[in-house]
Design a protein. Sequence first.
Length: 242
Amino acid sequence: MTGPLLRVDALRAGYGHVEVLHGVNLAVPEGRMVAIVGPNGAGKTTLMNAIMGLLPRRAGTVHYQGTPGGSTEALIHAGAALVPEQRALFADMSVDDNLSLGFYPRRRAGDRDERAALADVFAIFPHLASRRRQLAGTLSGGERQMLALGRALMSRPKLLLLDEPSLGLAPLIVREIFRVLIEMRQRGLSILMVEQNVRVALQASDYGYVLEMGEVAAEGPSAALARDPRIIETYLGQQRRR
């Protein structure tokens, strides 16, 4: 494969008669973490859903592994995994059972080594191992986010899409989640994340896109964006550097 793992060209999408995305372009290279930041209502979640095929694409293309992205199921079985903002856990099922559901794409592809995948997840999130018989609905917010991430990792994805991974979490848990994400990126996992915490997102990622009113208003290496005076004033709450 040549080119980025994921490429989005001139993507338009919306709800009913309202268009939310107006020709968005972005790329996720292999083994890199890419952040999408911006204000509430900018279209960040809409973009993630359109990429994954959960929302119809009105125009534009999504290429994954060099081929046009198809249905949600096709993307999942090709190695993409989405952790939605709501986490979408099965509250009345145990931690183990939620994780087992994450292995389904691998099982369908003929992989029978679920135990190894489960051991990998528990090595990343040891706290989940002590909660494996507990119902997902009884977990704390941080534990639920760990479980949602663990379930996605059970499929051994090549591309992980995250919608607001730090939402509603205490700072200590946010640091732990992003430590894991950085570790996964270092292992070669490609990550595309929407994140409201701009400072954390730009510190952790390699490249960033600023989405405003359904359009890419700025992009560049994350370290450069974090030094950009407009980004500092608008999103980081700091004085312009002289």
